[in-house]
Design a binder for this molecule. Structure first.
Ligand code: AMP
Ligand code: MG
Length: 389
């Protein structure tokens, strides 16, 4: 955890509550009318009916924003607007449509049950109740509650500063023309978008070629963030220099390589006070590595209370694995007759940009499960939806 800070409510959406937020007052703050109507004593209307209405004396009017502070006498009524405070003594409201006004007499055409159309103080939330717990994300659905309670500034957890560096001598920027042997750096943009999705604005450090000294220089320049994300160069090839260069520069490797497909050569360590993830360069491996490790890591760092985002869905076709690894399959998740169903995309390959483009989810099959039949229930990580707590 990186500690707390206070932000303006208006810019708090997407942030995470740093501590429990207690309602310091009742909401609504006072008993008020839920309708335009007449405030009255319920007991005055006993026995009223269409053919023998009860007659009440109209003594005034109260609109939203003002206060009627004289106690209401029996036999009297006050015209009241939606949101106006109840006059003292009045315990019920009859809707305008259900009463008849004759001069300064209001005829009530039926008995009004006590509490009718009254919103009691504290019915929304009571003073002293926890309105939002620490670790909750401030979704826009929660903004109104915080505003209603008067939190102009809210205590949130600090977001990590993150730098993204794509390595590979083959890489050119998306806007650049391709030369022989070159491909475009898609990982940089995708990582950037994945980070923004969890509320982080990363520093894009662009690309660097697979050359020891240049890579070393760029990594030095990248220091000073909370988290450094590096794509490419963490595998065992001759030009996979990221791990070597980092180790020579004092990386404390926490783990390297995971029993996962795609995404096996993932690297995690500490270096100069920052956390470092090295992600394999294949585009799908890179995304899977992010979803499987980096996103949960970021949640932890930002103090999010729960990180469970797996859904269960029924497979529409069988799935096979070649190796006993946790395997992530690009897939389409949909709903059929109220149940979630999931279909792997036709192509599965760690370098297939189209398979990810067609997908809206990943199927995650655990290490030991080598085959799944059509109709089996499998774990799914949805991609589009924001399923944060
Ligand atoms: P590497 O992990 O460096 O061995 O790269 C594995 C594969 O991913 C290679 O085919 C690379 O060309 C490709 N690749 C590496 N970095 C990127 C990137 N930033 N964008 C798209 N593809 C990449
Ligand atoms: Mg490479």
């Amino acid at each position: 955890p990186l500690g707390d800070e206070e932000v303006l409510l208006a810019s708090s959406v997407g942030r995470v509550m740093a501590r429990d937020l207690i309602a310091e007052a009742d909401l609504p703050p006072f008993d008020n009318s839920a309708m335009d109507g007449y405030a009255l004593w319920s007991s005055d209307t006993a026995g009223a009916a269409n053919d023998h209405p009860v007659q009440l004396r109209l003594v005034g009017e109260v609109a939203a924003g003002s206060v009627w502070d004289r106690r209401l006498s029996h036999g009297d009524t006050v015209k009241i607007m939606t949101g106006a405070p109840m006059p003292p003594g009045a315990d019920s409201v009859v809707m305008l449509e259900e009463a008849r006004l004759r001069g300064d007499v209001v005829e009530i055409l039926g008995s009004v049950p006590i509490g009718s159309h009254v919103r009691p103080a504290g019915e929304d939330i009571r003073r002293g109740t926890v309105a939002l717990e620490a670790g909750t994300r401030i979704r826009l659905e929660r903004l109104g509650l915080l505003a209603g309670l008067g939190y102009a500034r809210v205590p949130v957890t600090r977001r990590p500063t993150v730098a993204v560096l794509a390595t590979g001598s083959e890489l050119v920027d998306v806007a650049e023309p391709l030369a022989a042997g070159k491909i475009r750096n898609s990982n940089g943009l995708v990582l950037d978008a994945l980070l923004r999705r969890v509320g982080i604005e990363p520093d894009d450090l662009g690309t660097v070629v697979d050359q020891r000294d240049l890579l070393g220089q760029r990594l030095e320049a990248a220091a000073g963030h909370d988290l450094l994300l590096i794509s490419g160069g963490v595998s065992v090839g001759e030009h996979d220099l990221v791990k070597r260069v980092l180790c020579e520069a004092g990386l404390d490797t926490i783990f390297w390589r995971v029993n996962m497909k795609p995404g096996k050569p993932l690297l995690f360590g500490r270096w100069r006070g920052q956390a470092v993830f090295g992600l394999p360069g294949n585009p799908i491996s890179c995304v899977v590595g992010f979803l499987a490790f980096i996103e949960p890591f970021l949640w932890k760092v930002m103090g999010v209370a729960s990180e469970d985002r797996l859904l269960q869905a029924r497979l529409t076709q069988p799935l096979r694995k070649q190796e006993p690894k946790t395997q992530w399959f690009t897939a389409r998740l949909s709903e059929e007759q109220g149940a979630l169903v999931v279909t792997p995309t036709p192509q599965q390959g760690s370098g297939m940009l189209t398979s990810l483009a067609q997908a809206n989810a990943f199927i995650v099959v655990p290490e030991e499960r080598m085959r799944c039949a059509a109709g089996d229930v499998v774990d799914v990580v949805p991609l589009g939806g924001d399923l944060w707590p």
